[in-house]
Write a protein that binds this ligand. Structure first.
Ligand SMILES: Nc1ncnc2c1ncn2[C@@H]1O[C@H](COP(=O)(O)OP(=O)(O)O)[C@@H](O)[C@H]1O
Ligand SMILES: [Mg+2]
Length: 256
Protein backbone atom coordinates (compact mmCIF):
# COMPACT_ATOMS: atom_id res chain seq x y z
CA UNK A 1 0.00 0.00 0.00
CA UNK A 2 1.37 3.45 -0.93
CA UNK A 3 1.27 5.36 2.34
CA UNK A 4 1.66 9.04 3.21
CA UNK A 5 2.17 10.07 6.82
CA UNK A 6 0.93 13.61 7.44
CA UNK A 7 2.07 15.45 10.54
CA UNK A 8 -0.31 18.26 11.24
CA UNK A 9 1.10 20.97 13.48
CA UNK A 10 -0.82 22.23 16.47
CA UNK A 11 0.02 25.71 15.20
CA UNK A 12 -2.14 25.29 12.10
CA UNK A 13 -4.93 22.89 13.18
CA UNK A 14 -7.54 25.59 13.52
CA UNK A 15 -6.43 27.33 10.32
CA UNK A 16 -6.43 24.45 7.83
CA UNK A 17 -7.72 25.81 4.52
CA UNK A 18 -10.25 24.42 2.05
CA UNK A 19 -7.33 24.11 -0.37
CA UNK A 20 -5.54 21.87 2.15
CA UNK A 21 -8.47 19.46 2.24
CA UNK A 22 -8.73 19.58 -1.58
CA UNK A 23 -5.06 18.52 -1.76
CA UNK A 24 -5.81 15.71 0.73
CA UNK A 25 -8.75 14.50 -1.33
CA UNK A 26 -6.68 14.56 -4.51
CA UNK A 27 -4.25 12.17 -2.82
CA UNK A 28 -6.88 9.76 -1.45
CA UNK A 29 -8.42 9.63 -4.92
CA UNK A 30 -5.01 8.65 -6.27
CA UNK A 31 -5.14 5.57 -4.02
CA UNK A 32 -2.77 6.68 -1.27
CA UNK A 33 -3.41 5.47 2.27
CA UNK A 34 -3.04 8.49 4.53
CA UNK A 35 -2.17 8.44 8.23
CA UNK A 36 -2.35 11.62 10.33
CA UNK A 37 -0.37 12.46 13.45
CA UNK A 38 -1.19 15.80 15.06
CA UNK A 39 0.40 18.12 17.58
CA UNK A 40 -1.22 20.56 19.98
CA UNK A 41 1.24 23.15 21.29
CA UNK A 42 -0.97 26.26 21.38
CA UNK A 43 -4.05 24.42 22.74
CA UNK A 44 -1.98 22.78 25.49
CA UNK A 45 -0.49 26.18 26.34
CA UNK A 46 -3.85 27.87 26.69
CA UNK A 47 -5.27 25.01 28.79
CA UNK A 48 -2.23 25.16 31.07
CA UNK A 49 -2.67 28.92 31.38
CA UNK A 50 -6.35 28.57 32.23
CA UNK A 51 -5.44 26.01 34.89
CA UNK A 52 -2.56 28.21 36.08
CA UNK A 53 -0.05 25.40 35.60
CA UNK A 54 3.48 26.57 34.76
CA UNK A 55 5.30 24.85 31.91
CA UNK A 56 8.72 25.24 30.32
CA UNK A 57 10.69 23.93 27.35
CA UNK A 58 14.16 22.41 27.29
CA UNK A 59 15.78 21.92 23.87
CA UNK A 60 12.39 22.43 22.27
CA UNK A 61 10.74 19.71 24.38
CA UNK A 62 7.99 20.43 26.90
CA UNK A 63 9.02 19.55 30.45
CA UNK A 64 6.09 17.34 31.47
CA UNK A 65 5.05 16.95 35.10
CA UNK A 66 2.09 14.71 36.05
CA UNK A 67 -0.20 17.71 35.89
CA UNK A 68 1.14 18.90 32.52
CA UNK A 69 0.69 15.37 31.18
CA UNK A 70 -2.92 15.27 32.32
CA UNK A 71 -3.58 18.60 30.62
CA UNK A 72 -1.79 17.52 27.45
CA UNK A 73 -3.91 14.35 27.32
CA UNK A 74 -7.05 16.41 27.73
CA UNK A 75 -6.09 18.83 24.97
CA UNK A 76 -4.75 16.21 22.53
CA UNK A 77 -7.07 13.23 22.96
CA UNK A 78 -10.11 15.06 24.30
CA UNK A 79 -10.22 18.09 22.09
CA UNK A 80 -7.82 18.37 19.14
CA UNK A 81 -8.07 14.78 17.93
CA UNK A 82 -11.87 15.09 17.90
CA UNK A 83 -11.67 18.43 16.03
CA UNK A 84 -9.38 17.11 13.31
CA UNK A 85 -11.51 14.00 12.73
CA UNK A 86 -14.63 16.16 12.43
CA UNK A 87 -12.92 18.48 9.94
CA UNK A 88 -11.81 15.54 7.77
CA UNK A 89 -15.29 14.00 7.85
CA UNK A 90 -16.85 17.33 6.96
CA UNK A 91 -14.68 17.28 3.83
CA UNK A 92 -15.83 13.80 2.87
CA UNK A 93 -12.79 11.92 4.20
CA UNK A 94 -13.73 9.08 6.56
CA UNK A 95 -11.43 9.25 9.56
CA UNK A 96 -11.10 7.65 12.99
CA UNK A 97 -9.36 9.20 15.98
CA UNK A 98 -6.91 6.97 17.81
CA UNK A 99 -5.13 7.78 21.03
CA UNK A 100 -1.63 6.43 20.58
CA UNK A 101 -1.04 5.39 24.20
CA UNK A 102 -3.86 2.82 23.69
CA UNK A 103 -3.15 -0.62 22.26
CA UNK A 104 0.57 0.13 22.20
CA UNK A 105 0.09 2.18 19.04
CA UNK A 106 3.16 4.13 20.10
CA UNK A 107 5.49 2.63 22.70
CA UNK A 108 8.14 4.85 24.23
CA UNK A 109 10.82 5.16 26.88
CA UNK A 110 11.59 8.15 29.08
CA UNK A 111 14.16 10.40 27.39
CA UNK A 112 15.44 11.84 30.67
CA UNK A 113 12.99 11.46 33.52
CA UNK A 114 14.89 13.82 35.84
CA UNK A 115 15.25 16.68 33.34
CA UNK A 116 12.10 16.34 31.26
CA UNK A 117 9.60 14.31 33.30
CA UNK A 118 7.03 12.34 31.31
CA UNK A 119 8.53 12.86 27.86
CA UNK A 120 9.12 9.89 25.63
CA UNK A 121 11.11 8.73 22.68
CA UNK A 122 9.19 6.25 20.49
CA UNK A 123 10.77 2.79 20.41
CA UNK A 124 8.01 0.79 18.77
CA UNK A 125 4.94 1.40 16.65
CA UNK A 126 1.99 -0.99 16.37
CA UNK A 127 2.03 -0.62 12.60
CA UNK A 128 -0.08 -3.74 12.10
CA UNK A 129 -3.05 -2.11 13.76
CA UNK A 130 -2.58 1.17 11.88
CA UNK A 131 -2.48 -0.77 8.60
CA UNK A 132 -5.61 -2.68 9.60
CA UNK A 133 -7.44 0.62 9.95
CA UNK A 134 -6.14 1.82 6.56
CA UNK A 135 -7.30 -1.45 4.98
CA UNK A 136 -10.81 -0.54 6.11
CA UNK A 137 -10.54 2.64 3.98
CA UNK A 138 -10.40 4.75 7.13
CA UNK A 139 -7.90 7.51 7.76
CA UNK A 140 -6.34 7.05 11.23
CA UNK A 141 -5.70 10.26 13.19
CA UNK A 142 -3.11 9.66 15.92
CA UNK A 143 -2.28 11.67 19.05
CA UNK A 144 1.41 12.15 19.98
CA UNK A 145 1.04 10.26 23.27
CA UNK A 146 2.70 6.92 23.95
CA UNK A 147 2.56 3.97 26.30
CA UNK A 148 5.62 4.13 28.56
CA UNK A 149 7.12 1.60 30.97
CA UNK A 150 4.97 0.25 33.85
CA UNK A 151 1.68 1.58 32.57
CA UNK A 152 2.83 5.20 32.31
CA UNK A 153 1.75 7.54 29.54
CA UNK A 154 4.44 9.67 27.90
CA UNK A 155 4.20 12.94 26.00
CA UNK A 156 6.03 12.81 22.66
CA UNK A 157 6.99 15.76 20.47
CA UNK A 158 4.57 15.41 17.56
CA UNK A 159 7.31 15.77 14.91
CA UNK A 160 9.19 12.88 16.55
CA UNK A 161 6.00 10.79 16.84
CA UNK A 162 5.12 11.30 13.17
CA UNK A 163 8.67 10.49 12.10
CA UNK A 164 8.52 7.18 14.01
CA UNK A 165 5.20 6.33 12.33
CA UNK A 166 6.54 7.18 8.84
CA UNK A 167 9.56 4.95 9.42
CA UNK A 168 7.58 2.07 10.93
CA UNK A 169 5.03 2.08 8.10
CA UNK A 170 7.83 2.46 5.54
CA UNK A 171 5.74 5.26 4.13
CA UNK A 172 6.55 6.51 0.67
CA UNK A 173 6.05 10.09 1.76
CA UNK A 174 6.35 12.07 5.00
CA UNK A 175 4.54 15.40 4.87
CA UNK A 176 4.91 17.90 7.70
CA UNK A 177 2.17 20.51 7.68
CA UNK A 178 2.81 23.72 9.57
CA UNK A 179 1.89 27.41 9.75
CA UNK A 180 4.64 28.70 7.43
CA UNK A 181 5.33 27.93 3.74
CA UNK A 182 8.31 25.72 4.60
CA UNK A 183 11.83 26.48 5.74
CA UNK A 184 12.41 30.21 5.28
CA UNK A 185 15.69 32.10 4.88
CA UNK A 186 15.67 35.90 4.75
CA UNK A 187 11.90 35.67 4.41
CA UNK A 188 12.16 33.52 1.28
CA UNK A 189 11.10 29.89 0.93
CA UNK A 190 13.98 27.43 0.59
CA UNK A 191 12.59 25.05 -2.03
CA UNK A 192 15.15 22.26 -1.61
CA UNK A 193 17.41 21.23 1.26
CA UNK A 194 20.14 18.64 1.64
CA UNK A 195 21.21 17.27 5.02
CA UNK A 196 24.37 19.37 4.95
CA UNK A 197 22.52 22.58 4.08
CA UNK A 198 19.99 21.89 6.85
CA UNK A 199 22.74 21.49 9.43
CA UNK A 200 24.32 24.76 8.28
CA UNK A 201 21.00 26.58 8.66
CA UNK A 202 20.59 25.20 12.20
CA UNK A 203 24.15 26.15 13.15
CA UNK A 204 23.77 29.67 11.78
CA UNK A 205 20.51 30.14 13.71
CA UNK A 206 18.33 30.54 10.59
CA UNK A 207 16.38 27.45 11.65
CA UNK A 208 15.29 27.79 15.28
CA UNK A 209 12.56 26.90 17.79
CA UNK A 210 9.86 24.51 16.59
CA UNK A 211 11.50 24.24 13.17
CA UNK A 212 14.46 22.36 14.70
CA UNK A 213 12.64 19.10 15.70
CA UNK A 214 10.80 19.38 12.38
CA UNK A 215 13.84 19.42 10.09
CA UNK A 216 15.57 16.82 12.30
CA UNK A 217 12.54 14.53 11.96
CA UNK A 218 12.46 15.20 8.23
CA UNK A 219 16.09 14.12 7.89
CA UNK A 220 15.63 11.12 10.18
CA UNK A 221 12.75 9.82 8.09
CA UNK A 222 14.44 10.51 4.73
CA UNK A 223 15.63 7.12 3.46
CA UNK A 224 15.17 4.64 0.65
CA UNK A 225 11.67 3.86 1.92
CA UNK A 226 10.56 7.33 2.91
CA UNK A 227 11.85 8.86 -0.27
CA UNK A 228 9.72 12.01 -0.29
CA UNK A 229 9.82 14.42 2.62
CA UNK A 230 8.26 17.89 2.52
CA UNK A 231 7.47 20.71 4.94
CA UNK A 232 4.39 22.57 3.67
CA UNK A 233 1.84 25.12 4.80
CA UNK A 234 -1.63 24.01 5.91
CA UNK A 235 -3.02 27.41 5.07
CA UNK A 236 -2.94 26.74 1.32
CA UNK A 237 -2.88 23.94 -1.24
CA UNK A 238 0.26 21.81 -0.94
CA UNK A 239 -0.40 19.50 -3.90
CA UNK A 240 -1.89 20.65 -7.17
CA UNK A 241 -2.01 18.58 -10.35
CA UNK A 242 0.96 16.47 -9.37
CA UNK A 243 3.04 19.44 -8.11
CA UNK A 244 4.26 19.72 -4.52
CA UNK A 245 4.87 23.03 -2.78
CA UNK A 246 6.98 23.88 0.27
CA UNK A 247 10.48 22.70 1.21
CA UNK A 248 11.59 19.40 -0.28
CA UNK A 249 14.41 17.36 1.29
CA UNK A 250 16.87 15.97 -1.24
CA UNK A 251 20.00 13.82 -1.29
CA UNK A 252 23.33 15.62 -1.45
CA UNK A 253 23.77 17.40 -4.76
CA UNK A 254 26.34 15.85 -7.02
CA UNK A 255 28.95 18.38 -8.08
CA UNK A 256 30.81 17.90 -11.35
N1 LIG B 1 13.98 29.08 9.25
C1 LIG B 1 12.69 28.97 9.62
N2 LIG B 1 11.74 28.88 8.65
C2 LIG B 1 10.44 28.79 8.98
N3 LIG B 1 9.98 28.76 10.26
C3 LIG B 1 10.88 28.84 11.27
C4 LIG B 1 12.27 28.95 10.99
N4 LIG B 1 12.92 28.99 12.18
C5 LIG B 1 11.99 28.95 13.14
N5 LIG B 1 10.74 28.85 12.64
C6 LIG B 1 9.51 28.79 13.42
O1 LIG B 1 9.03 27.45 13.44
C7 LIG B 1 7.60 27.53 13.50
C8 LIG B 1 7.00 26.17 13.16
O2 LIG B 1 7.19 25.27 14.24
P1 LIG B 1 6.06 25.06 15.36
O3 LIG B 1 5.64 26.37 15.91
O4 LIG B 1 6.55 24.03 16.31
O5 LIG B 1 4.85 24.53 14.47
P2 LIG B 1 4.08 23.13 14.46
O6 LIG B 1 2.88 23.32 15.32
O7 LIG B 1 3.72 22.97 13.00
O8 LIG B 1 5.00 22.06 14.94
C9 LIG B 1 7.28 28.65 12.54
O9 LIG B 1 6.00 29.20 12.76
C10 LIG B 1 8.40 29.65 12.84
O10 LIG B 1 8.00 30.54 13.86
MG1 LIG C 1 6.14 22.01 16.75
Amino acid sequence: MKTIVVKCGGSVLSELSEAFFDSMKELTEKGYAIVFVHGGGPEINSMLEALKVKSEFKNGLRVTSKQVLKTAELALAGSLNRQLVRMLEKHGIQAIGLNSSDNGLLQADFIDRKQLGYVGDVKKVNSQFIQLVCNEQLLPVLTPLAAGPDGTVLNVNADHAACAVANALQAEHFLMVTDVDGVLKDGQLVAELTEKETEELINSGVISGGMIPKVQSALKAFSDHVSKVHIVSGKKAFYEQGEWHGTKFIKEKVTV
